[in-house]
Design a protein. Structure first.
Length: 187
């Protein structure tokens, strides 16, 4: 099943032969994340990055360290994947991404739980104004050995200058929302 999800995503990207727009797919960002809907205060930090690796393609990855206060649990996760951006015009891209995620939950009394999942998402990313970029994605995540969940993501970036920006992102689905805010360095 894992291979079929990855193969389907790659096949979907093949018909797109145009290069990406003027949007940058090479960046590093970090910041604060908060999750609502888990029944306890859950927050922490996130570090993400992406690098353009050819005409329209990019690789991305990230690390997240969250604390679930009431349960005294630490939740660490990382992800890695590839994406493709097809230019719709000079300021808007259609983006498809495939990735792998691994998580580890550590709690009191030596409790340790880990797992992995695969995800795919497709969406639109656009430079809406000279200093503002926005995006919207629909995604599907399937844990290894479990049922899958659909989610949505919406976000934007205020560009302070060509290199620096402030990013805000909301991921929502199945009664849980995750909010992220922080600076981004594009190169």
């Amino acid at each position: 099943m894992k291979r079929s999800i990855l193969a389907l995503g790659l096949l979907a990207a093949l018909p797109f032969a145009a290069t990406a727009s003027d949007l940058s797919y090479s960046y590093v960002e970090g910041g604060y994340s908060r999750v609502n809907g888990l029944g306890a205060k859950t927050d922490g930090y996130v570090v993400n990055g992406s690098i353009a690796i050819g005409a329209g393609f990019h690789a991305f990855g990230g690390y997240e360290a969250l604390d679930i206060d009431r349960a005294r649990v630490d939740a660490d996760s990382w992800n890695l994947g590839f994406g493709y951006a097809h230019s719709l015009n000079q300021s808007t891209d259609l983006v498809a991404r495939l990735g792998y995620s691994k998580f580890d939950l550590a709690g009191p009394l030596g409790i340790n739980l880990d797992g992995e999942s695969y995800f795919s998402e497709v969406g639109v990313r656009s430079q809406l104004a000279p200093q503002f970029e926005g995006y919207i994605f629909a995604g599907y995540e399937r844990p290894d050995g479990g049922g899958g969940d659909s989610y949505g993501r919406i976000g934007g970036q205020y560009n302070i200058n060509k290199s620096w920006g402030l990013i805000a992102d909301v991921k929502f689905g199945d009664g849980v929302e995750q909010y992220f805010f922080g600076p981004r360095l594009s190169f």
